[in-house]
Write a protein that binds this ligand. Structure first.
Ligand SMILES: [Zn+2]
Length: 436
């Protein structure tokens, strides 16, 4: 009998799965490994070519886009430069949800996948993603892995999917086994210790950033941080607070890197080994208008997503910023937060982005890195919950910073030493508005 090692086995399973599910993944991966060495102008030339093709497809094969392009009187032939994208209208999530059946193109694909994403109002968007776009997206993630010398078939710990039904758990377990992956379903002591023990053998860890942070804290508190051999710790889906990094570094010897994307846009950016979030420019065009990110997915032709307001505030790095990793892909300096509902003062309204500034300033100017959640239950009132314990001096600094932005238009309360992820059932939101 031929004896095969574990890792060869998982590589084999990975390759079989790839052939069956994502036949074009290899080609995309090879393409992306080559294009990561391109100059910025070559990348932009590629983007323009893809954009023109996408707009043509949208106009000719999607009833929705045909109608809205005709209405504003624009024809695909008028898209001659990347800047011409600004002639097209901006779409919101509710536009996509309301018009999903007419946005879907009439192209007959050999293979499509069902994708869905939930909206902030609870509405969900489901659409079909063509195989090429799905494979491109996976290849983009795996290119990111390659920067950390991580192979997708290596043993990995995963934080995702809580409180699911027994049936769903079994299905996930099976998928996990095939992907050499293990996950945790509960934060009780016993499963947590088991997870950490297994993590000692793992090569990477990924999932919700707040959960990675919680586990890091637990590891540090209980002196369990020896002997990890992780090559990458990747946070997704949630904001990675600066306050997370020191615990994560202490526990795993690595900083948490960020993967940024959404189902409808694909991967938007992936952090390189030098700590910069490079835009996945072969897959998306990123614009920033009033601090908000507008994304065009260049690869998905089954369901064109053009100039889409994803709902995040971001900050781009200056165009001339160079990364020592050598890639010329533009850099997102920070995903500053979700575009939330407005904060209501007694007299004025404020963007929830202010909260980000307040806590960012505290970190930069006072080395006070806090994990926070702010809740508005009524107009003119705010509750600031903070995970850390604040001393008198800290409290003065926090108050000063809050009043800098809201003056005396708000009554607020600061509560420290809070467990912000107590139920582990949902993402930790930095701002919750209970005003309808
Ligand atoms: Zn870089």
């Amino acid at each position: 009998m031929v004896k095969i090692t574990n890792i060869v086995f998982y590589k084999l399973i990975f390759n079989i799965g790839k052939k069956l599910r994502n036949p074009s993944l290899n080609n995309w991966f090879n393409f992306l490994k080559e294009s990561e060495r391109w100059s910025l102008s070559s990348i932009k030339t590629y983007q323009l070519k893809k954009l023109q093709k996408l707009i043509k497809i949208a106009y000719n094969q999607s009833d929705y886009y045909k109608q809205i392009f005709d209405k504003i009187g624009i024809h695909p032939s008028e898209i001659k430069t990347l800047e011409d994208i600004q002639k097209l209208p901006i779409l919101t999530k509710s536009d996509l949800i309301k018009n999903k059946s007419t946005i879907q193109t009439s192209i007959k694909f050999k293979k499509v996948f069902k994708a869905n994403t939930s909206g902030s109002t609870g509405q969900s968007l489901n659409f079909l993603r063509n195989e090429s776009a799905d494979s491109f997206n996976r290849a983009s993630i795996f290119r990111g892995y390659s920067w950390f010398n991580v192979k997708p078939w290596e043993l990995n710990g995963y934080f995702w999917g809580y409180n699911l039904s027994i049936f769903k758990r079994l299905k996930l377990k099976l998928l996990d086994v095939l992907q050499n992956r293990f996950r945790i379903f509960s934060f009780e002591e016993k499963p947590l210790l088991k997870f950490i023990k297994k993590l000692k053998k793992a090569n990477f860890l990924h999932g919700y950033s707040s959960m990675i942070y919680e586990v890091a804290k637990y590891i540090n508190k209980n002196n369990l941080s020896n002997h990890f051999k992780l090559k990458m710790v990747k946070g997704t889906s949630e904001k990675i607070f600066d306050s997370y990094q020191s615990e994560v570094k202490k526990a795993f010897g690595l900083k948490m890197i960020s993967e940024y994307g959404a189902a409808e846009t694909g991967i938007i950016a992936f952090e390189c080994s030098k700590g910069n979030m490079h835009i996945n420019m072969e897959g998306v065009i990123v614009e920033v208008i009033d601090n908000e990110v507008i994304v065009t997915n260049l690869q998905m032709t089954s369901f064109p997503v053009i100039r889409y307001k994803l709902g995040d505030y971001i900050k781009l790095a200056p165009k001339e910023k160079k990364c020592s990793c050598g890639m010329k892909h533009l850099i997102i300096e920070e995903v500053t937060g979700r575009v939330g509902s407005i904060i209501y003062g007694s007299k004025n309204n404020y963007p929830s982005l202010y909260l980000y500034y307040i806590f960012k300033n505290l970190g930069i100017e006072n080395a006070l890195f806090l994990t926070y959640q702010v809740i508005q239950k009524s107009k003119g009132n705010l509750i600031f919950k903070v995970a850390e314990t604040l001393n008198k001096n800290d409290l003065v600094l926090v108050k000063k910073e809050i009043e800098k932005y809201f003056k005396h238009d708000l009554v607020y309360e600061i509560i420290d030493h809070q467990n912000l992820n107590s139920n582990n059932q949902q993402k930790t939101k930095s701002f919750i508005s209970e005003i309808g």
